[in-house]
Design a protein around this ligand. Structure first.
Ligand code: FAD
Length: 499
């Protein structure tokens, strides 16, 4: 079988590996000149910045791909991809001066919580247990299988889900569940933050998403020895080993559809010619695809629905090469805002940046020494931003930069940050949209700001168009590296009819 993959994002690469490992021929079309999509990197004056994801969870999903063997088991060198578990998943800074580490070791975490907050540590353990329960109960159906096939709902392993529906938290928001469980507002804010892992608001996203903390704390927050970009690079090398053919600088303009007895995808229009395939895997943003990659005659059947769904949040990121070493910062750091509710109202209601934003600082140099020159650090400084709705981004960026610099200086007691910055690159919703064709620069497709979001998210296949499936962060099961890798598992199950 000849299979085309459109887009070399992490899910497109994973799908290509899975199909090639089954012995079929894969051609991958990518509009950019390098693989990885949102997983990308910048190198400048001795600094290396991962430009997109920074948190790596469920690394076993990458291991599994790298261990797949090809059709003749030959030429498999098993590209070495090494990673380790971080000791501290994040350092939290609060407006009242509280600072603590969320250690992955339970005894050390207990000490941090008891010494720095008024929270009962048992409540934290309770939340992590609940998250584990929800993940174990639902991941087979919600993450690793198509959500749009009735047969998956009646599988033996999923039959007990209806018995526990009341425990899944569809009916309440993440924030209301956290507020009921935790007495310390700082801990509520910490657990509310997990809504941002899929670009949503904790005040509207269903409490089911509290399960995200299970991935980060029970299973663990990891980091690749060579930085996040090495995830995409390893998958790319694996594709090459398995014989996947890459056509870079190749924007697919249209998914060609034919109707004989039924409608089916038969090829792609790219670089001025029509190329025919037996199966198409589309790893582009689904809203972009629906609006741009189907002819008028064979319209994408869900285009209307896609355009009505609220996009997830986006981001404003400053990549700063900074002179100096800053022991007060760890790999992942959060400087919280004083009014989280207001911050999310600004993001999703006003679609503006809040003037006291939560600031995230990620420094890979802390664990990858080669990522910055000696005596310097590579700061990835990010604030959540609304999706691109035509705001004046130049103005927004200039204002946000000043606010962020002031906040870091005040909270960390560092003087004159501007004088320490020797390299600067900036990403905004506009550049994210331009680089990856993610509609409106949304990081994770549509938001999960409603109890119905999971049901409304784009399915992995369309009933109306055969021989076509969708992978990636804007389709089921959602955004983030692990879920994207899960979408490639679903693609494989779909193409090869694996029950
Ligand atoms: C700033 C930021 C921070 C993030 N933080 C995290 C994190 O900490 N942890 C985490 O797990 N996830 C994080 N994510 C999300 C994660 O990066 C994404 O969910 C994931 O990488 C998306 O992969 P994808 O396969 O959907 O494809 P994308 O990465 O969206 O790539 C799609 C590819 O398709 C190409 N393409 C699009 N249209 C066409 C076309 N018509 N023809 C040819 N090529 C086309 C694009 O050029 C692109 O290369 C973050 C994302 C961003 C941007």
């Amino acid at each position: 079988m000849e299979v085309a993959v459109i887009g070399a994002g992490v899910a497109g690469l994973a799908a290509a590996i899975r199909v090639a490992a089954r012995g079929d021929n894969v051609t991958l079309f990518e509009k950019n000149s390098t693989p990885g999509g949102k997983i990308s990197q910048i190198r400048d004056k001795g600094y290396r910045f991962d430009t997109g994801p920074s948190l790596f969870t469920l690394p076993n999903l990458v291991d599994e791909l790298l261990m797949l063997e090809g059709r003749d088991n030959a030429n498999i060198t098993n590209y070495p991809f090494k990673y380790f578990r971080l000791e501290n998943s994040c350092r939290y800074f609060y407006p009242d001066g509280t600072v603590f580490d969320f250690f992955q070791d339970t005894a050390k975490l207990k000490e941090q919580i008891e010494n720095n907050t008024d929270e009962d540590f048992d409540n934290i353990l309770k939340r992590l247990k609940q998250s584990e329960f929800i993940y174990n109960l639902t991941s087979n159906l919600f993450i690793f299988n198509s959500f749009h096939k009735i047969s998956n709902f009646i599988k033996k392993e999923n039959r007990s889900i209806p018995l526990h529906l009341h425990k899944l938290g569809f009916h309440k928001s993440m924030h209301s569940a956290n507020r009921v469980l935790f007495k310390d507002k700082r801990v509520v804010q910490l657990f509310d933050r997990y809504a941002t892992y899929n670009g949503s608001s904790p005040y509207r996203a269903p409490a089911t998403l509290n399960m995200i903390s299970h991935l980060e704390h029970n299973i663990g927050a990891f980091f690749p020895e060579k930085g996040i970009y090495s995830i995409a690079d390893s998958l790319y090398r694996k594709c090459i080993e398995l014989g996947v053919k890459f056509e870079f600088n190749s924007l697919v303009n249209e998914i060609l559809v034919e109707k004989k007895r039924d409608k089916r995808a038969v090829g792609v229009s790219v670089n001025g010619s029509s190329r025919f395939f037996d199966y198409i895997i589309c790893d582009t943003d689904v809203r972009y695809a629906a609006e741009n990659m189907f002819s008028k005659r064979f319209k994408h059947p869900l285009a209307g629905r896609m355009s009505r769904l609220e996009p997830s949040s986006s981001a404003l990121i400053f990549y700063w090469g900074v002179k100096g070493n800053f022991p007060e910062l760890d790999v992942h750091n959060i400087l919280f805002s004083a009014d989280y509710k207001k911050e999310f109202d600004y993001l999703f209601k006003k679609r503006e940046l809040y003037d006291d934003p939560t600031v995230y600082i990620f420094i890979s140099k802390k664990v990858v020494p080669g990522d910055a020159p000696d005596g310097c650090e590579n700061w990835f400084v990010m604030v959540n931003a609304p999706y691109n709705n035509g705001q004046n981004w130049q103005e927004v960026i200039a204002k946000a930069r000043a606010v962020i610099v002031e906040k870091i200086e005040k909270r960390l007691g560092i003087a004159n940050i501007n004088n320490l910055i020797e390299v600067e690159h900036i990403a905004s919703p506009v550049t994210i949209e331009k680089n990856t064709l993610s509609s409106k620069g949304a990081l994770y497709g549509s938001s999960s700001n409603s109890m119905f979001s999971a049901f409304l998210r784009h399915p992995n296949t369309l009933r109306q168009i055969k021989n076509l499936c969708f992978t990636g962060g804007s389709t089921h099961p959602g955004g983030g590296i692990p879920l994207c890798l899960a979408s490639a598992i679903i693609a494989e199950k779909t193409i090869y009819d694996i029950k």
